[in-house]
Structures are given as C-alpha cells and as structure tokens.
Design a binder for this molecule. Structure first.
Ligand code: ADE
Ligand code: ZN
Length: 335
C-alpha cells in the first residue's frame, strides 16, 4: 500500500493508548464551559484559541493546556468532556482507548474528587457498547514525589476501575528515576505503569524507564539515538506509544518524514500510533495514522503490524485482545 493509496483509516479498528482526557477539550466546548462557569479566558473566540495552538515546544503547549483545564469545574463539565471524547473516538474507529486523567490539576473545593470520578466513569459505562475504555491515573513530574504518592492514595476508592498509572508534564530535568517510590507503590498496588520519556528528554530517560520496570513508555522518540536501547526495547517488547502529530506540533520532529516510528518498527520495537492531546494538536487517532502513512510510506504489512501492536500493548484481557486482532486482520489481511 503506497502513500498515494487513500486508505480510510477511520475504518481501521484502532486502539488509542496515549491520550489525555484534558487534551480532548475542543475549543468550542472550552468556551462553552468557561461561559457557564464565569471563567475569564485570554482568547476572544475558539478560532483565536486554535490560532494560539502553534506551539514552539512542550512548555508552550503545557501553558495553554493547563489554562484550558481551568474551565472544568462541575461534575457536568467532566461528564460532558468524557462523553464527547468517547463519542468522537468511537466515530473515528477507535475500538479501545486507554486515556489519562490527572486529578491533581483540579481544585477540590469546587468539585470533590468523587464527583469528577463519577462523571468520567458514568460516560465510560454509557459508551461501553460502542468503545471499550480504560482510565489511567497520571501525575505531574514537576511536583514532589510525595504529591504523586498522595494522588495515588486519594484514588484508592476507585482502584477497581483503574488499570494503570503514568507520569507527564515538563520532561527535561525531571527524570523518571526521581519517581521510583511512586512507580514502586503503583506496582505494589497491582497497577501497570507508564511514563512519558524521550519526548523532549534524552534517551537516558527511556533507559531509566526500562530500569524502573515500566510496562509501557509514552513517546520514547529519543531511544532511536541509542541502538543498544532500541535492541532492548525490541527484545523485551516494551511498547512505545508514539504520537506523530503531537511530535510535529511540539517540534519534537521537524517533519514527519523524519519521525523514528518506521525505523523503530523495522527493528522489532512494539511501536503504536496514538493521539496525545488531539484537540490542541488538531488530529485524532485516524489523522495520526493517515499522517504517518503519508509521510513514511508505510506498507500494508507495516500498518497491520502497527495495529496489532496497539492490541498487544493495551492492558486488555487476552479474550478481548483476540477479538480485536480478528477485527484488524479482516480489514488488513496479510498479503
Ligand atoms: N501532558 C499532556 N500532554 C503531554 C505531553 N505531550 N507530554 C508531557 N505531558 C503531557
Ligand atoms: Zn502524553
């Protein structure tokens, strides 16, 4: 399948394993919630917010992303956000999503954590027949590890509905190893672990993630600079949840033709395609697939492998994985 062939990626049964619920807040909804909660905004219109989404780097993006989070106040807001994301992902052909949500970002006086969690789980349950979804907790790497441990404790009433915990935020100067106690605690409580590493940070941070026994690495781009590390990732089948359009918008890559996804895939790494913060990066799951297909001239076999990697890298039980593999093989049969 050459880049000129126009495969409709909406029809591909896909996973999205690296998406931040807060990053699915579309400008129109952001303005609607700001209006109903009387929150002042630095932009005059959704169009002007979209204009502001030309980021220089991760820090520039995070400033706007955290500002956007301020409009999420009531239980209804969190429900509307989660429901809209799941509807959109299902319409985009995502059959299973594992999304992050960070309760640390939200002020507890206005909305108790219980109300936020009720809203998100309610939307997930209502959408269950159209899209399977897992909630993953996450914390900010710029804050003290004690705060991460506290956030983990605070989610205890909902542990039976959470599959994994991760870590995001400004990467440079905040290596995964600083959070060893947090990741150990997550594992001791039965959770899978993920960490953003090698997005803006160096390959050494990806190495640290591997040494910490992390189950899945978010981004991992910088690993390409360390061939021995690439071999290790491939050998252990430690998945990378790559986000091509995010990388382009945050200048992690200058152009998609230079994205390491295809090189990693050819070396046997369990690379997957994901959306990260689709409302801010102007691209949902199928847009990411179409963009890398176009830029890297992926073959039918490579697309199939990427889709199957998404199933392998998910935290789904084996029975559901088998169902999804069959769905993929029907759409992308081997030659
Ligand atoms: N939080 C939301 N999106 C992120 C990204 N791309 N990198 C780090 N932290 C994030
Ligand atoms: Zn991310």
């Amino acid at each position: 399948m050459g880049p000129e062939s126009c495969f409709d990626f909406v029809k591909l049964p896909k996973t999205d394993l690296h998406v931040h619920l807060e990053g699915t807040l579309e400008p129109e909804m952001l303005f609607r919630l700001a209006g109903r909660n009387h929150i002042p905004l630095p932009w005059k219109s959704p169009a002007m917010l979209r204009e502001a989404c030309r980021f220089r780097d991760l820090a520039g993006f995070l400033a706007i992303y955290y500002k956007g989070c301020e409009v999420l106040v009531t239980e209804q807001d969190f429900y509307d956000l989660a429901r809209a994301y799941l509807e959109r992902a299902a319409a985009d052909g995502v059959v299973h999503t594992e999304f992050y949500f960070n309760p640390q970002l939200f002020c507890r006086e206005s909305t108790p954590l219980a109300a936020i969690m009720r809203a998100i789980f309610c939307a997930m349950d209502e959408m269950r027949d159209r899209i399977s979804s897992f909630y993953m907790g996450t914390v900010m790497r710029t804050r003290p590890v004690e705060e991460a441990l506290r956030a983990l404790d605070e989610l205890a009433p909902w542990y039976d509905r959470i599959v994994a915990f991760g870590m995001g935020g400004a990467e440079n100067g905040n290596p995964p190893s600083r959070f060893q106690r947090y990741f150990d605690a997550c594992r001791e409580r039965g959770f899978r672990t993920c960490v953003h590493a090698g997005e803006e940070g160096p390959a050494a941070y990806v190495r640290e993630a591997v040494a910490l026994g992390i189950d899945r690495i978010d981004h991992g781009n910088a690993a390409i600079q360390d061939p021995e590390l690439v071999r290790l990732l491939a050998e252990r089948r430690i998945p990378l949840t790559m986000c091509p359009i995010s990388n382009l918008r945050l200048n992690v890559v200058n152009e998609l033709s230079g994205h390491p996804l295809k090189r990693m895939l050819s070396r046997g790494v369990c690379v997957t395609v994901n959306s990260d913060d689709p409302a801010y990066f102007l691209g949902y799951a199928s847009d990411n697939w179409a963009a890398v297909h176009r830029a890297l001239d992926l073959s039918g076999a490579e697309l199939r492998q990427l889709a199957l990697n998404g199933v392998e890298a998910s935290f789904l039980p084996e029975a559901r994985k088998a169902v999804l593999r069959e769905k993929i093989k029907r759409v992308l049969p081997s030659a």
